[in-house]
Design a protein around this ligand. Structure first.
Ligand SMILES: *[C@@H]1O[C@H](CO)[C@@H](O)[C@H](O)[C@H]1NC(C)=O
Ligand SMILES: *[C@@H]1O[C@H](CO)[C@@H](O)[C@H](O)[C@H]1NC(C)=O
Ligand SMILES: *[C@@H]1O[C@H](CO)[C@@H](O)[C@H](O)[C@H]1NC(C)=O
Ligand SMILES: *[C@@H]1O[C@H](CO)[C@@H](O)[C@H](O)[C@H]1NC(C)=O
Ligand SMILES: *[C@@H]1O[C@H](CO)[C@@H](O)[C@H](O)[C@H]1NC(C)=O
Ligand SMILES: *[C@@H]1O[C@H](CO)[C@@H](O)[C@H](O)[C@H]1NC(C)=O
Ligand SMILES: *[C@@H]1O[C@H](CO)[C@@H](O)[C@H](O)[C@H]1NC(C)=O
Ligand SMILES: *[C@@H]1O[C@H](CO)[C@@H](O)[C@H](O)[C@H]1NC(C)=O
Ligand SMILES: *[C@@H]1O[C@H](CO)[C@@H](O)[C@H](O)[C@H]1NC(C)=O
Ligand SMILES: *[C@@H]1O[C@H](CO)[C@@H](O)[C@H](O)[C@H]1NC(C)=O
Length: 432
């Protein structure tokens, strides 16, 4: 029968396929790796079920065709104790993910000396402390995530010496000290992500970022970095995000920043930046977040800023900016949700064009030198839930209240709430 004779060969093939996948994946774990795993983890205190004899079948473990352990993936397993140096004997290890556990203590000096194939190292969300090993010996390493631990030493300049293929380094939320490692991109030109934020790094931002031709995200906020923004930062053309808030950076933002045309996030608030905003900043047409508040910026807003039509949040509060804002047209900023210009020296009337930014939820213009009246057109801001205009020279408060009562999303408060310190973003109205 033609039907059956077709079925049988397929069946045989299928059986053969099953058998061969079984053979290929069922290599018994090499004894050395078995023993390394067992001495690396305190199984009794974790929730690991490692009872079968073949370690290649244990939860979180994967092996290659020779029965050598290549993956140890044990996130969120209540693992305790130190990261055992026995892990370093897993010479074929590619991925090590021990994130979200209770591991503590320092990493031993020779820990990764034999892990020469390691590609991914994720030890984030543990309680690790102390020094880092001098070297990560693997030249294949791509991702290093040590974030959310208690490391409190410097990062040895040799640590990533062989990391030619590093694409992401995240050491955020630790207590690292000393300098941010310099020339990181001379060794690893494939770096896309650098996150040094929330540590105790000091000194200046090192030169060398200009060689980070693939760098997309650079974060080093909440440290005590000082000095100016390095000139070659503006050469890292792939940058999407520059995030350096809460440091002691000074100097101005160079006009060369307009070369970073992919920039969507620029946050350098709470520093000592001075000088004017770059004249042609409008060339950064992808900017969504521009947070430069709490600096010493001065001068008028460059008209080109009003060409950043993708801006969602613009915060320039607590600077020394000035100029007549009635001459600016906000009409292209139609994605804007938050506008904060508090405590500057802006003058003139609130431009009617601002009322065309129809998604605006929060506007804070208090503490300037604004004059004139609130126009009835403001009622088109139907999502507006925070408006603060106090400490200006606006007139016709009665008229303003009549207009603003028509804005439903703007909760009205007893008059005592109309004065005083306005803390942004909770629904409120402050016009005095
Ligand atoms: C542990 O895993 C084995 C199979 O690998 C299974 O037979 C056994 O029931 C499991 N034990 C527990 C407590 O889950
Ligand atoms: C490690 O595991 C966690 C939890 O599954 C996961 O979210 C994380 O992306 C993994 N890390 C890496 C670098 O793949
Ligand atoms: C780096 O990665 C590329 C492509 O992923 C690979 O061909 C190359 O061998 C790697 N080099 C090293 C030193 O790991
Ligand atoms: C770095 O890790 C932290 C968590 O530990 C995370 O919040 C942050 O997004 C990571 N950085 C990047 C750039 O992915
Ligand atoms: C950075 O901090 C270390 C101590 O944590 C100190 O020895 C060093 O002088 C500081 N460097 C700078 C440039 O402030
Ligand atoms: C990149 O590094 C090379 C080698 O040190 C150097 O000559 C070059 O100027 C650097 N390029 C940038 C943009 O920093
Ligand atoms: C910015 O780009 C222009 C044109 O590509 C180039 O001439 C200029 O040198 C660049 N500036 C910086 C700082 O890279
Ligand atoms: C804003 O963009 C328009 C259109 O691209 C351009 O003609 C105009 O010169 C820009 N304005 C400023 C001030 O850069
Ligand atoms: C601001 O500009 C407008 C329009 O050019 C003008 O009428 C007004 O007097 C100016 N206000 C101040 C304080 O310069
Ligand atoms: C005050 O504002 C209201 C509402 O916009 C307006 O009708 C009235 O003419 C204004 N009064 C003065 C003196 O400008």
């Amino acid at each position: 029968m033609p039907e059956a004779s077709r079925v049988i060969p397929y069946g045989v093939l299928f059986l053969f396929f099953l058998l061969s996948t079984f053979i290929c994946t069922n290599h018994a774990c090499k004894e050395a790796d078995h023993n390394s795993l067992l001495s690396s983890f305190d199984i009794s205190s974790s929730c690991l079920n490692w009872s079968s004899s073949d370690c290649c079948h244990w939860e979180g473990i994967a092996c290659d065709a020779d029965g050598r352990v290549t993956h140890v993936s044990l996130p969120s397993k209540w693992l305790q104790g130190s990261v055992s140096s026995s892990l370093g004997s897993l010479t074929h290890l590619l991925h090590l993910n021990l994130s979200h556990n209770l591991l503590s203590g320092p990493l031993e000096a020779g820990l990764f000396l034999s892990s020469s194939h390691l590609e991914i190292l994720d030890l984030s969300y543990n309680h690790l402390s102390g020094d880092l090993p001098l070297f990560l010996s693997s030249s294949y390493i791509q991702i290093v995530d040590l974030s959310n631990n208690q490391f409190d030493a410097t990062i040895p300049s040799s640590f990533l010496q062989h990391a030619w293929n590093l694409s992401s380094l995240n050491v955020s939320k630790n207590h690292f000290t000393g300098q941010i490692p310099s020339f990181i991109c001379l060794r690893s030109s494939s770096i896309r992500v650098l996150d040094f934020s929330n540590n105790n790094f000091n000194g200046s931002i090192p030169l060398g970022l200009g060689n980070c031709s693939k760098l997309e995200i650079f974060r080093a906020g909440f440290n005590t970095l000082s000095g100016t923004l390095p000139s070659d930062l503006y050469k890292a053309q792939a940058l999407h995000e520059i995030s350096l808030p809460s440091n002691q950076l000074f100097g101005h933002i160079s006009d060369n920043i307009v070369n970073l045309t992919r920039l969507t996030i620029l946050e350098i608030y709470f520093n000592h930046l001075s000088g004017a905003l770059p004249l042609h900043i409008g060339k950064l047409s992808k900017l969504k977040l521009m947070l430069l508040h709490l600096n010493n910026l001065e001068g008028p807003l460059p008209p080109s800023l009003m060409n950043c039509s993708n801006l969602v949040e613009l915060n320039l509060g607590f600077n020394r900016l000035d100029g007549n804002i009635s001459e600016l047209s906000f009409s292209k900023l139609d994605q804007l949700i938050k506008l904060d210009l508090v405590s500057n020296h802006f003058s003139g009337a609130i431009p009617k064009s601002l009322y065309s930014c129809k998604y605006l939820k929060a506007v804070r213009l208090s503490g300037n030198d604004l004059e004139g009246q609130i126009q009835p057109e403001i009622v088109s801001l139907k999502y507006l839930s925070f408006l603060s205009l106090g400490r200006n020279r606006l007139t016709n408060v009665t008229g303003a209240i009549h207009i603003l009562m028509r804005l439903e999303s703007l909760s009205t408060y007893p008059s005592s709430r109309l004065v005083g310190t306005d803390s942004p973003m909770s629904p409120a109205l402050y016009i005095y």
